[in-house]
Design a protein around this ligand. Structure first.
Ligand SMILES: Cc1cc2nc3c(=O)[nH]c(=O)nc-3n(C[C@H](O)[C@H](O)[C@H](O)COP(=O)(O)OP(=O)(O)OC[C@H]3O[C@@H](n4cnc5c(N)ncnc54)[C@H](O)[C@@H]3O)c2cc1C
Length: 447
């Protein structure tokens, strides 16, 4: 690979294995990988140059923003690292309120801090280090999902570098199909160098952290019943994790977040939970939104996460049987996790056909899995867990690709309905007919 011309053409840096910095630059949640080159772009023009170089040489390419997906590294080929494109600009929305223009490599923690200074917020995920790029393009379930919908639901425009290296301004008026695809269709259509979101007023939030002990089935049924009638300002997550998982304190807990600073309203909404035996209030109070985003930085190079046997499912009706199956799955494996996140509210107001995101009728998102630790999990146990998860997943109404760690090329067909996939494939054929951007939950171009 002759990289000298690319080095001359870009303002950012082009690192190969011989260069200082390459080793640190390849670290990601997905592992290290051995990319031939890492292009740390410094501008939109750099992205165009990197894409043209990749397309001309027919190299494989991966696009990285926050680096939290299973896709953000590769062996051989080109890694386009967008992390320097991290600006956050607030402008007046011609339709009232504020628009926020965010660089394609920004992370949600930085965005939340910049917006909080202006009393604004955007529905993001729950973690500060996650990238705006991957999360938004796949959907984005966060603390404001019931109040405002997915991150992708607030996306009103984008700047995109196409597979030919051209820069396109995407709006609903100019490219309605492409904008539709960007609201959940993943990184299939080009490199997004800027995301335009409609922001919401957010003076702060109320956070409650509840410790949970005792019968998980009883607590989850009460959580379901509470959320069935709760105001949409309330979003909750139930987590049950072993000590080895860095994403939350070990054991079962509930985090409840109210979109706004009305502490009494949150207390009233979660009163049935607080009255339950086995639920203790560990913390409750008004916070700035950036404060409640969790921190989950990239692992050190020599410490990669083990595999995960399980998955996720979008659940329209969290009945007692599904609760029982989820809890039984968690209880059957010592090193396993169970997460449940409330949906409904604004998430469910969006018509199914308005975005490619599946299962707008879901009221809960469930994710469970066992860590594939050598010595703890053998082939028979692996097969049992996989079969059990498959049976649970089949009872949901769809899977959410962003929380999948699989790089199975067929997985995208489980993520989208046949109608959405056909539409995504047609958009792909128009914008990336050679499937340059294939290292993602891939949409194969329609023929
Ligand atoms: C600790 C942790 C917490 C998480 N929390 C949440 C959560 O609360 N809610 C939720 O919904 N999800 C969450 N996720 C899942 C997360 O949404 C996905 O992993 C997502 O892909 C991460 O985006 P990223 O930019 O950090 O990752 P990356 O790996 O950098 O990007 C993922 C993929 O998206 C594409 N991509 C990214 N940026 C661009 C761009 N600008 N242009 C074109 N393509 C691009 C590329 O295909 C890339 O491979 C979490 C994941 C982790 C590991």
């Amino acid at each position: 690979m002759d990289i000298a011309p690319l080095r001359d053409a870009v303002s950012g840096s082009v690192l190969s294995a011989e260069d200082q910095g390459w080793d640190a630059a390849r670290v990601s949640h997905a592992g290290l990988g051995r990319p031939d080159i890492i292009v740390r772009v410094g501008s939109v023009d750099d992205v165009s140059e990197a894409v043209r170089f990749t397309a001309a040489g027919r190299h494989e390419v991966v696009v990285r923003a926050g680096g939290h997906s299973a896709w953000c590294t590769l062996d051989n080929g080109v890694l386009i690292d967008l992390t320097a494109l991290d600006t956050v600009e607030i402008v007046a929305d011609p339709e009232g309120g504020a628009l926020v223009r965010i660089g394609g490599g920004a992370r949600w923690g930085d965005v939340a801090r910049a917006l909080a200074e202006h009393g604004l917020g955007i529905s993001s995920g729950d973690t500060a280090s996650v990238g705006v790029g991957g999360l938004t393009l796949g959907g984005g379930i966060g603390w404001m999902v019931r109040a405002w919908g997915l991150a992708a639901d607030q996306l009103v425009g984008a700047q995109l570098v196409t597979a030919e290296g051209e820069v396109v301004e995407v709006t609903d008026a100019s490219h309605p199909d492409l904008l539709w695809g960007l609201r959940g269709g993943g990184g299939n259509f080009g490199v997004v160098t800027r995301f335009d979101f409609r922001a919401h007023d957010l003076p702060g939030v109320v956070l409650a952290q509840l410790g949970v002990s005792g019968d998980a089935r009883r607590i989850l049924a009460a959580l379901r019943d509470t959320l069935a009638t709760a105001p949409r300002e309330l979003t909750v997550t139930y987590m049950d994790v072993p000590a080895m998982d860095p994403s939350a304190p070990a054991g079962a807990s509930i985090m409840a977040v109210w979109a706004g600073t009305d502490e009494a309203a949150l207390r009233a909404a979660i009163a049935p939970l607080l009255a339950l035996e086995g639920v203790v209030e560990n913390d409750l109070g008004v916070r700035e939104y950036p404060e409640i985003l969790l921190d989950h930085p990239l692992p050190p190079p020599d410490q990669q996460m083990p595999g995960f046997i399980g998955g996720n499912t979008l659940v329209p009706s969290l009945d007692d049987d599904i609760i029982d199956s989820l809890v039984a799955f968690r209880e059957s494996a010592p090193a396993s996790v169970l997460f449940l996140r409330s949906l409904g509210g604004a998430f469910g107001d969006v018509p199914q056909e308005a975005t490619p995101f599946p299962a707008r009728n879901a009221t809960w998102f469930a994710m469970a899995g066992a860590f594939d630790i050598p010595g703890l999990v053998d082939d028979a146990e692996r097969a049992r867990l996989a079969a059990e998860w498959e049976a649970i997943e089949a009872r949901g109404a769809g899977v959410y690709g962003n929380f999948s760690t699989t790089t199975d090329p067929a997985f995208a067909h489980r993520m989208y309905s046949a109608e959405s996939m056909a539409e995504l494939a047609a958009i792909k054929a128009k914008w990336d007919p050679r499937n340059l951007f294939s290292r993602n939950h891939n949409v194969v171009p329609a023929v």
